[in-house]
Design a protein around this ligand. Structure first.
Ligand SMILES: NC(=O)c1ccc[n+]([C@@H]2O[C@H](COP(=O)([O-])OP(=O)(O)OC[C@H]3O[C@@H](n4cnc5c(N)ncnc54)[C@H](OP(=O)(O)O)[C@@H]3O)[C@@H](O)[C@H]2O)c1
Length: 357
């Protein structure tokens, strides 16, 4: 708390002004650290909330206040590399609150990857400066989409389907975790491109939403009697493009349903993320891969970083035209970040899981 040294009972105008200034400038910032490494599914007690004051800005620096924070599956895998006590990894959409950079005036909306925090002091002159929201970002679109359909999940769907899988008109595209942030966009782009879109998701409500989005077929993988039978029914002519978000045994089964020369994008393996050794699950079906002459491609969306502006422009256009619809699963309050993260890992979200600060 600020104090006026040398003043006891009487407080003059100059001191009041100084006191006011120091209180106004003092920004309390919160962040979550990983208190202990996750053992299986993370628990709320694995995180610790730390409160601190933000430092004064140096030239070239900005203070940003988060508006929305993202909770994503990759945070579970990346957390394995964090030491205990380190800020949890993550992405935020934030607004510049104070600035010592003419390129980032107060009010500028940016996206940064400096973890789970309410505020951050960022150096705009380093090699990885914060990314500004596109200059033509539509005023009527929520800024949270910068973490969803116009952010990493949307771009993953866009580049994964069109650059990696090269999905063509008339082909059958299968995506799992289809009612999530990425999967829901994959199916809709597939439809835009004239493909047959097939998806699986973990609840009947999710499946109903996929049908509203225009998926040709969708099923609840948790209630079908067998994944094999469900795939036979949903994709009777086989699968040409498999957008794999789930991995493990699920993928072993899907690979047996691929058509000759089918393409498989290994995008994520959420069914294994909480395992001690995520790579050990699921047999590798050599016979199907060799016999059907499949192409398996792993990718990380940053591979197309130089083309992100075009990808975002296309996503914004499709959203404006009503061709891509989105849904968000919003949790209110920074303090609820761990809860939102765990909820997303167990499938509570329909669409993009977001935390509103
Ligand atoms: N390669 C890249 O650059 C890149 C970029 C972004 C995302 N990804 C990957 O894409 C996948 C989806 O990410 P997202 O951000 O869009 O998350 P999301 O799909 O919005 O949320 C995760 C979903 O995964 C599903 N899930 C959880 N455990 C599962 C299990 N054991 N089996 C099947 N499904 C399970 C849940 O839905 P259900 O109710 O349907 O189970 C949950 O809602 C993840 O694997 C992620 O790592 C990769």
């Amino acid at each position: 708390m600020a104090s006026c040294r040398g003043q006891r009972s009487t407080v003059g105008p100059e001191c009041v002004s100084r006191l006011f200034k120091s209180v106004v400038n003092m920004v309390k910032s919160k962040r979550f650290v990983v208190a202990r490494h996750f053992d299986g599914l993370p628990k709320e007690s694995d995180f610790q909330l730390v409160e601190e004051e933000t430092p004064d800005l140096k030239d070239g620096e900005i203070l940003v206040a988060s508006i929305f924070s993202s909770v994503d599956p990759y945070m579970r895998t990346l957390s394995r590399r964090l030491s205990e006590g380190v800020t949890m990894v993550g992405e935020c959409c934030a607004r510049v609150a104070e600035s010592k950079s003419s390129d980032f005036p107060v009010g500028t909306v940016i996206v940064h990857q400096y973890g789970w925090r309410t505020h951050a002091v960022l150096d705009t002159e380093n090699q990885d400066p914060p990314r500004k929201a596109p200059a033509d970002y539509p005023k009527d679109l929520p800024l949270s989409l910068l973490l969803g359909a116009v952010g990493i999940p949307g771009l993953t769907a866009y580049f994964g389907l069109l650059k990696c899988l090269e999905a063509k008109e008339g082909e059958t595209v299968f995506v799992n975790a289809a009612a999530g942030a990425t999967g829901s966009i994959v199916g809709q782009i597939a439809r835009i491109k004239g493909c047959k879109a097939v998806g699986s998701a973990g609840s009947d409500a999710k499946v109903a939403w996929l049908k509203e989005l225009g998926f040709d077929a969708a099923f609840n993988y948790k209630t079908v009697s067998s994944l094999d039978a469900a795939l036979k029914e949903a994709a009777p002519n086989g699968i040409d493009c498999y957008f794999d978000n789930v991995g493990g045994d699920f993928t072993t089964t899907v690979l047996n349903h691929m058509n000759l020369y089918g393409r498989v994008a290994i995008v994520g393996g959420i069914s294994t993320y909480n395992d001690k050794d995520p790579s050990s699950k699921g047999a590798f079906p050599y016979k199907a891969i060799q016999g059907k002459q499949l192409t398996l491609i792993g990718f990380v969306v940053s591979r197309w970083l130089d083309q992100w502006p075009q990808g975002k422009a296309q996503m914004m256009q499709w959203i404006k035209e009503g061709k891509i619809k989105y849904r968000e699963h919003v949790t209110e309050g920074f303090e609820n970040m761990p809860k939102a993260f765990i909820g997303m890992l167990v499938g509570e979200n329909i669409g993009k899981a977001i935390v509103k600060l």
